[in-house]
Every structure is written in C-alpha cells, then in structure tokens.
Design a protein. Sequence first.
Length: 220
Amino acid sequence: MRLANLSVPDVVREIITRNRSIYDCMKMDVINYTALAVKIQPEVERLLGNPINLNTIVVAIKRYADSFEIKEDVKEQTVLKNARLSLTDGILDVSFSLDEIGEKETMNLMNKFSELKSDYEFFRLTDSFRLLTEDLVDVRQLIESFPGVKNFFNTGLAKIKIRIPQDQNRSDVVSYVAEILHGNGIELINAYFSQDDIVIVLNEKDASRAYELLRAEISR
C-alpha cells in the first residue's frame, strides 16, 4: 500500500508486484494488458482516491512490462547501489479505516503513541491508516484503549527499511526487490513509501534470509 499522492504507474507497479501470478505472467509476456487493466482498475482508483481512465492504466501496465526487457541492464547497475538497509523483527501491522476513526481521534492516538514509542511507521492511505510498530503489550493496550477503533492486527512480521540516495532513481526499487525475493521463494506481505525510505514487510521467518539477499545485491 502506498501514500495516496503517488502516480498511476507507481500504484499499478505496486499492485502487480504484490500479485505473484500476475507478476509471473507479465514476466513471461502472456498477459492481456487491457484485461488486466479492467481487473485492477477498482483497486487503482481506491488507492489514488480518484476515477482513473482505463487507457491510462493500460499505458502504465505496458511501461512496466517494457521494464522487464532491460532487466539485464538493471542487473549491471543495480538499483540498490549505495542503499542502506535496516531489519526489525517482531513487527505488528495495524490497520483501521476512516469510517472507524476520525481525524481528531487519529491525532490523539498518534500523540499518545509518540509518547510511548518513537520507533514506528505511520502511513495514511486514501481510505485507511496503517501503523507498523514493535509488537509489545503496552502498544496493543494503547491502541485497544480507543473504543471507536476496530483493530486489525497482523502479527509475526518483520520490516526491512531501504534508504536509497536522493540522486538515484528509486522508482523501480520495489519491483527489483520483489523479483530478487520471488526468485528465492520469499514473498512480500506489503510495501510502504515515505519521502526518504521504502519499507517492505514480510513474514518474520523469511526476514534474515531476505536481508542477506539484499545485502549481497548492494555489495555486488
């Protein structure tokens, strides 16, 4: 999931990257772009919060498909060159929708959370909020103290934060990382973006191996 102010190509690339079957079909060039655009149009519009022309989505899909043709060039100049990684396990992923909590209550929750824990990731999407933090008892108690929130907890996770230098292209990082991990039998749970970092979320059991794979790419 991403922040709501990104482009159609960004969101299309993310949706495809998170769907293994679609991703593999695209790599093999056995997918109909228009049919795929029809399928993912509702999710694209939900994530961006606006109606999106079908042809715009088709063009974004075509551009992403074209990027596979230059995969060997990407490998020669890795997208992860000079990247910095950090791994945190024992992560709790909490989601709550705008229908369940208002702006004022959200700010109150975040203020209290900041006093309790400084190391967390907070993402506002089109119709929901996502919170990544360490899975601690006091953290759960704080979130559950807000009666208007019906929390969805996803546990047993880890996060890898990827920081790419500002002067490097960061647009293909998630697809590049996903391909490396896919090829080694590791699936992403989700990916989040901020101005400075990309945060990938995966099962805790896969985290150490994923981290070493990405470190090896940086060192290539």
